[in-house]
Design a protein around this ligand. Structure first.
Ligand code: SF4
Length: 229
């Protein structure tokens, strides 16, 4: 694939910690970063993914692709109790609202701490490549977390540009990644299923859909939301 050579922000020549939310979103980032010769590791910290069966499915897909590419994979805690404690009172917040800000903050705070304690100078995330997410919201959270620790920079590269979004789908199909149909938390699962029911459609069946298995229109993880450019 034809890609521009990437450089870490500010001429930084240190190591990069890539927070990954799942294999489909991080596949393009991994290939782009590897192609640029940047030294990096994957940090999988996503206590927002429920139920556990879905969490394990997404994690295993990410491990499979990391091993295939010889990229170190750091498997962090699945501390859902803390996630639910922080989400208290935001159970009915809409996607891209305050609950999501909390969710990004929590994941990035942990990523920044790990980066600081383990000699990484730059962190970034696969979350922003999804067109169903608000990139500004994600970047704000990333920068806020990085600022908690001296010497850590959040890389707000726009992974969608230059064909990144299309390559994300291409790689997902090629690798036949598990294709999640909701963002991750039980509240997003609830809301996506409510939306589907309102349209007379079946609710989500976990562990069934894989990219490239059928050439049908691909449902989005947040199909009741308009895509963001
Ligand atoms: S909808 Fe997604 S980003 Fe928002 S709180 Fe749930 S899992 Fe986190």
């Amino acid at each position: 694939m034809n890609r521009p050579k990437l450089e870490l922000p500010g001429g930084n020549d240190g190591r990069l910690l890539l927070h990954s939310c799942c294999a489909p979103c991080s596949g393009e980032l991994m290939e782009a970063i590897s192609a640029s010769g940047i030294d990096y590791s994957i940090f999988f910290y996503n206590p927002n993914i429920h139920p556990e069966k879905e969490y394990l499915l997404r994690k295993e897909e990410n491990i499979r692709f990391a091993e295939k590419n010889n990229i170190p994979f750091i498997d962090a805690d699945y501390d859902t109790d803390n996630w639910f404690a922080r989400a208290k009172g935001m159970e009915w917040a809409p996607e891209r609202g305050e609950r999501c800000t909390m969710c990004f903050d929590m994941r990035f705070e942990r990523t920044a701490l790990y980066a600081f304690e383990h000699g990484f100078s730059v962190m970034t995330s696969s979350l922003g490549i999804s067109r169903w997410k608000n990139m500004q919201q994600i970047n704000d959270c990333g920068k806020r977390s990085a600022a908690l620790y001296p010497g850590i920079t959040y890389w707000d590269y726009n992974w969608r540009k230059g064909g990144g979004s299309a390559r994300m789908i291409e790689i997902s199909k090629r690798e036949q990644f598990y294709q999640q149909e909701y963002c991750g938390c039980i509240y997003s699962l609830r809301d996506t299923n409510r939306h589907r029911k309102s349209q007379g459609r079946d609710i989500i069946r976990l562990g069934v859909q894989y990219y490239g298995a059928a050439e049908t229109a691909l449902p989005s993880p947040a199909e009741n939301l308009p895509a963001q450019e």
